[in-house]
Design a protein around this ligand. Structure first.
Ligand code: PDD
Length: 282
C-alpha cells in the first residue's frame, strides 16, 4: 500500500523513521482513524478537530490545516483503491537524539498516515448483522482516556484479554462498578427504549461515532438519549448493549461474560439507530 510520511507518498516498505522517534520510545503522539466508504469520508471535520485538541493537550504545536489533512486523506484513498478504508493519521512529537522525558524544544513532529481495509458498513438488519460477544473487566488504563494517545498498551492488554477468551471486545468498568467504554470503542445500553451512554470525562474517549450518533438520534427524536453514569448491574440487566467506533459504526452486543444480553439477539432499537446512522452519516 501507499503511505504518507512527512510530506511524501511512498510504498509502505520504503517508509522509515528513526528509532529515536518519541512515538516509538514513549508512545508520545496522537492519532486518528477516519472511516471512508467508496471514497467518502465519515466525520472528517470532527476527527480533525479532536486530533488538534489532542495535540494541544499534550503540547505538540503543529500546523496542518484541515485542508492539508483532507488532501492527505483523499490522496491515500485515491492511491489505495477507494474501497472501505480506515485512514490512520498519526503525529508524534518527533525525533530527539537524547532519550529525555521532558518535551524537547524545536523538534519537528513526525507525520504518518496510511489506509487499511475495514469491513463494509453494517447493514441495519437484525438478521444479517454479526453481533459481538464480549468479556468485561475492570478498566486498568490511565486517568486521561479522553486523549487519543498512540500509547495504547492499556487498551491492547485489555483487548487481548477479551480476544484470548474468544470474544470480540471487552467492556470496561471503573472501581465503582460503572461502565466506561470498550478497549477500542464507546459503549451504550438500551433500557425501556432509552439509549444511555456514560458522560464525556477523563474515563473515556470522546468518540466521533458517539458524537454523530447522539446528534442524529436527538435530531430524529424518536429514540430518547441520556448521557449519565451506567452501572454494570444496569449493563447486565439491559435490553440491548451496543458498541461504536469509526471502523464498525454501531455493533450490537448479544453476550457478556457468557450471559445473554436481553433476548440474546440484536435489538429493534439497534436496528432503528443503525438505519438512521446509515442514512445520515455523510
Ligand atoms: N478506536 N474508545 C476508544 C478507547 C477507542 O480506541 C475508540 C476508537 C473509540 C471510538 O471512537 P471513534 O468513534 O472516534 O472511532 C472509543 C479506533 C477506531 C482505533 O483505535 O482503532
Amino acid at each position: 500500500s501507499i503511505v504518507y510520511l512527512n510530506g511524501e507518498y511512498m510504498p509502505m516498505e520504503q517508509a522509515r523513521i528513526s528509532p529515536m522517534d518519541r512515538g516509538f520510545l514513549f508512545g508520545d503522539g496522537i492519532y486518528e482513524v477516519i472511516p471512508s466508504y467508496d471514497g467518502k469520508l465519515v466525520g472528517f471535520g470532527p476527527h480533525i478537530e479532536r486530533m488538534d485538541q489532542g495535540m494541544e493537550l499534550i503540547g505538540i504545536r503543529f500546523g496542518y490545516a484541515e485542508s492539508d489533512w483532507r488532501e492527505v486523506c483523499e490522496t491515500l484513498i485515491e492511491k489505495n483503491g477507494a474501497g472501505n478504508l480506515g485512514i490512520y493519521l498519526h503525529v508524534s512529537r518527533g525525533t530527539d537524539s537524547r532519550r529525555f522525558h521532558a518535551y524537547p524544544e524545536n523538534v519537528e513532529p513526525t507525520v504518518f498516515a496510511f489506509a487499511f481495509e475495514i469491513p463494509s458498513a453494517p447493514v441495519a438488519d437484525r438478521e444479517k448483522v454479526k453481533p459481538y460477544k464480549v468479556s468485561s473487566t475492570q478498566d486498568l488504563r490511565w486517568q486521561r482516556c479522553n486523549i487519543k494517545s498512540t500509547a495504547l498498551l492499556g487498551n491492547v492488554m485489555h483487548f487481548q484479554q477479551g480476544h484470548a477468551a474468544g470474544h470480540n471486545e471487552i467492556i470496561l468498568y471503573n472501581a465503582n462498578n460503572e461502565m466506561t467504554e470498550g478497549s477500542a470503542c464507546n459503549a451504550y445500553i438500551v433500557k425501556d427504549g432509552v439509549v444511555i451512554t456514560p458522560p464525556l470525562d477523563h474515563q473515556i474517549l470522546p468518540g466521533i461515532t458517539r458524537l454523530m450518533l447522539l446528534d442524529i438520534l436527538r435530531k430524529d427524536g424518536s429514540i430518547p438519549v441520556e448521557e449519565r453514569v451506567v452501572t454494570m448491574d444496569e449493563v447486565r440487566n439491559a435490553d440491548e448493549v451496543w458498541l461504536t467506533s469509526s471502523s464498525k459504526e454501531i455493533v450490537p452486543v448479544t453476550e457478556i461474560d457468557g450471559q445473554p444480553v436481553g433476548s440474546g439477539q440484536a435489538g429493534l432499537v439497534w436496528e432503528k439507530a443503525q438505519t438512521l446512522y446509515t442514512a445520515q452519516k455523510y
